[in-house]
Design a binder for this molecule. Structure first.
Ligand code: HEM
Ligand SMILES: *[C@@H]1O[C@H](CO)[C@@H](O)[C@H](O)[C@H]1NC(C)=O
Ligand SMILES: *[C@@H]1O[C@H](CO)[C@@H](O)[C@H](O)[C@H]1NC(C)=O
Ligand SMILES: *[C@@H]1O[C@H](CO)[C@@H](O)[C@H](O)[C@H]1NC(C)=O
Ligand SMILES: *[C@@H]1O[C@H](CO)[C@@H](O)[C@H](O)[C@H]1NC(C)=O
Length: 333
């Protein structure tokens, strides 16, 4: 006769065996991860984010883009924050990351410094990036979503991985869908994430110059572009080769507000990037653009959900990562 205790022990060990196989595939992130080890976590993040965004309103867009570019490349592990060394050309120094804005890096450094004073060696850089992004999206008018914590910082940062995992303005729709699909995103997610990313922030002229200068043999300007908008952009970018810092708002009508105007813009030819404008013409994405343009609630729900998903891409836990002492350097190298 097996005693209840023995039965209990047998079941316990069976369950341990059953769970051990999931160790790497299912990161265990929790909302209260720092509650005991860093009680001032929420307060420090709140204060740092609010102060920075008030003094530099471009921080929100800068940080949202940084988060996306981190998570798409070897997962959300703060690999994008690492600085190059003589032996390693890092993600940050890939061409596609050349315009990542300094305000975002500065925000992470400030938050990390404050957290290290309060609870040294506890909070990872990747968690800081994930939660500051969420708070900033909310501050500029976007939806709230949950950010479970406990990610570790990664050990790899390689420029060539950035070039192959991030979409470009001249990517085809097939390429974009495949790229997002590889990270677990649907076409609805792709449209919502891109609209959420490009309802705030800037693009430099070189990213859309081929749409407004010498577009084709028959037309100077991309015919899918609203003609008045095109003239404004031509004036603004007239001297962009000599002055490469000139940039235009991604959402020309409500540039500082997180809303669904981006989708309404696309339907009027006010999409700045070629990759934005094709969302409104490709038959796979056009109906989704139209839906988000008329219903901001569906857009916000899909975006929030997709951002939660973004925050779980290839997350490292346990010994698969570390808590960096400085966000721009590996501890071990
Ligand atoms: C679908 C493919 C996408 C392409 C081809 C693309 C490309 C670009 C390009 C070329 C810029 C301008 C960079 C510059 O000149 O400074 C930009 C800006 C930006 N992108 Fe995307 N992007 C895409 C999707 C996303 C997604 C999914 C997000 C985030 C969820 C995002 C967030 C941003 C933000 C916030 C900015 C403005 C950055 C700032 O003002 O500092 N993008 N994007
Ligand atoms: C970076 O990644 C590429 C492609 O996967 C690889 O060939 C190269 O060796 C890597 N560089 C470093 C320094 O690990
Ligand atoms: C996009 O442009 C880059 C150069 O900026 C080029 O290397 C790449 O092949 C182009 N991609 C497509 C899909 O045309
Ligand atoms: C457009 O083409 C003309 C000649 O066809 C050339 O002079 C001009 O520099 C080009 N402009 C740009 C911005 O490439
Ligand atoms: C917008 O979408 C939400 C969420 O899916 C839905 O509950 C609502 O009825 C929609 N509103 C309109 C006007 O269609």
């Amino acid at each position: 006769m097996a005693s209840p205790l023995l039965l209990f022990l047998v079941l316990l060990s069976l369950s341990a065996i059953a769970h051990s196989g999931h160790h790497n595939s299912r990161p265990r992130l929790t909302l209260d991860y720092y509650a005991k080890t860093c009680p001032k976590f929420d307060q420090i993040i709140l204060e740092t984010v609010t102060t920075k965004q008030m003094s530099n309103p471009t921080t929100a867009a800068a940080t949202l883009r940084l988060f996306f570019h981190d998570c798409m490349v070897d997962g959300c592990d703060a690999s994008v924050l690492i600085s190059s060394s003589s032996s390693n050309k890092v993600e940050k120094d890939a061409n596609i990351n050349a315009a990542l804005a300094g305000d975002a890096f500065d925000l992470i450094t400030r938050a990390k410094n404050a957290l290290e004073l309060s609870c040294p060696g506890i909070v990872s850089c990747t968690d800081i990036l994930a939660i500051t992004t969420r708070n900033l999206v909310k501050i500029v008018g976007g939806p709230f979503y949950k950010v479970p914590l406990g990610r570790k910082d990664g050990f790899v940062s390689n420029a060539s991985h950035a070039e192959v995992n991030l979409p470009k303005v001249n990517s085809s729709m097939d390429q974009m869908i495949a790229m997002f699909n590889a990270k677990g995103f649907t076409v609805e997610d792709l449209v919502a994430l891109t609209g959420g990313g490009h309802t705030i922030g800037f693009s430099h002229c070189k990213e859309f110059s081929n749409r407004i200068f010498n577009f084709s043999k028959t037309s100077d300007v991309d015919p899918t572009l609203n003609p008045k908008f095109a003239v404004r952009l031509q004036k603004m970018c007239a001297n962009y080769q000599n002055n490469p810092t000139v940039a235009a708002f991604n959402d020309p009508l409500t540039p500082g507000v997180f809303d669904n105007m981006f989708f309404q813009n696309l339907m009027k030819g006010l999409g700045l990037l070629a990759s934005d404008q094709i969302l409104a013409t490709d038959p796979r994405t056009k109906p989704i653009v139209e839906l988000y343009a008329r219903n901001q609630t569906v857009f916000f729900e899909t975006f929030a959900n997709a951002m939660e998903k973004t925050g779980t891409i290839d997350v490292k836990t346990g010994r698969h990562g570390e808590v960096r002492a400085r966000c721009d350097r590996f501890n071990t190298k």
